[in-house]
Design a protein around this ligand. Structure first.
Ligand SMILES: *Cc1c(COP(=O)(O)O)cnc(C)c1O
Length: 359
């Protein structure tokens, strides 16, 4: 039976990317060696990192003066690397859910942290950004509750931030839509949602933004180290970087971020429309503008709440994988990352509609 992978992360990757990765595990680019056993210093691997950085820049339209790094440690290490490298006195954070909270907790170890606003179920837009902050940190997509900062609310942030540097965790919506990277001093994320298997973290950093804090920064935690080392200061996650390159090539070959944004919009519309009209279910996020296109959360209406396990089993029998909501939220979550196609979302919609007919 065909499986539809709605896992929140690690998550779906394009089928052809998985096949190409499997081929490279056996024989990397016809070299007679596995990608698992080549040296990252070998002549084979430098072109992989170079092409991955170049494609990242091309696909997102990243301006001059920025570097794209591929590091270890996950987005969670960035929660501490960001304040280590940028927080001298005070930082401002917008709290839009669990991941934002974790980022805030780490920053508090380095200086004063102003939480400008907080909400799990919507994207606040009525707050001031302290103009003396060293940076303002946002989480563009709330993976767990299913909210996302819309283009419209992002534009308001650009307008209101003044000269305060903007830093974003884009773990779960990177490359899902066009982004004006020139507005940001740093963008980071774990690659295991939209790009690669777990193990690599992408960092897009404006080089001129670095070097402004007075504290000692340990070598491995200093962005400058990894810029100077071209992501190869120490052994990088070779396989995940290779798969990231394959995903970037896939995205480019299909039409880039404009193409994927249209597809992501169509997918989200299809599923939210189904949920808005449903007799049994309701989308968890009520404000349409704040609904995530990547993580679509829904619950049974109170009068049908006892069908929770039954629907889960029904959906599992239809090949739906990973639709259980996060344990903090309950209900259901269908993660519809870039690699999920319209047909997959249609299969979930058919599954919901067929289930409704039984009730
Ligand atoms: C998954 C996720 C993280 C955590 O990433 P790790 O690579 O596991 O540390 C952080 N932020 C957001 C928004 C996420 O979705």
């Amino acid at each position: 039976m065909k499986k539809y992978n709605f896992n929140a992360g690690p998550s779906i990757l394009p089928q052809e990317v998985i096949k190409q990765t499997a081929e490279a595990v056996i024989n990397f680019q016809g070299e007679g060696l596995s990608v698992l056993e080549i040296s990252h210093r070998a002549k084979y691997f430098q072109p992989v990192v170079d092409e991955a950085e170049a494609l990242f820049k091309e696909l997102l339209g990243i301006p001059e003066g920025y570097r794209v790094l591929f590091l270890g440690g996950g987005a969670s290490l960035q929660f501490c690397m960001v304040p280590f490298n940028f927080l001298e006195k005070k930082a401002a954070y917008l709290n839009t859910g669990v991941w934002s909270k974790k980022a805030i907790k780490e920053a508090k170890g380095f200086g004063e942290v102003v939480e400008v606003a907080a909400s799990n179920n919507s994207i606040p837009d009525d707050y001031d950004i302290p103009q003396d902050a060293d940076y303002f940190h946002i989480t563009t997509n709330n993976t767990i509750f299913g909210t996302e900062i819309s283009d419209h609310k992002l534009a308001a942030i650009y307008a209101n931030k003044g000269n305060v540097p903007l830093i974003a965790d884009m773990s779960s919506d990177i490359l899902s839509r066009p982004i004006d990277v020139s507005r940001f001093d740093l963008i980071y994320g774990g690659a295991q949602k939209n790009l690669a298997p777990a193990g690599v973290t992408f960092v897009i950093v404006k080089q001129s933004a670095l070097g402004k804090v007075s504290r000692y920064i340990p070598t491995m935690l200093n962005y400058q180290t990894h810029i100077d080392g071209g992501s190869m200061f120490n052994t990088p996650p070779v396989l995940p970087i290779y798969t990231a390159l394959l995903t970037l090539r896939w995205l480019k070959a299909n039409g880039g971020v404009n193409w994927i944004e249209q597809r992501n919009k169509a997918k989200a519309e299809l599923l939210y429309n189904c949920l808005d009209q449903s007799k049994l279910f309701t989308p968890s996020i009520l404000n349409r503008e704040d609904r995530s296109r990547m993580n679509i959360c829904f619950v049974l209406k109170p009068e049908y709440a006892d069908l929770q396990d039954d629907f889960f089993q029904f959906a599992t029998e239809r090949g739906m994988v990973g639709i259980k909501g996060h344990r903090l939220v309950g209900g259901f979550r269908a993660s519809c990352y870039n690699a999920m196609d319209l047909e997959g979302v249609q299969a979930l919609v058919d599954c919901i509609n067929d289930y409704e007919k039984l009730h």
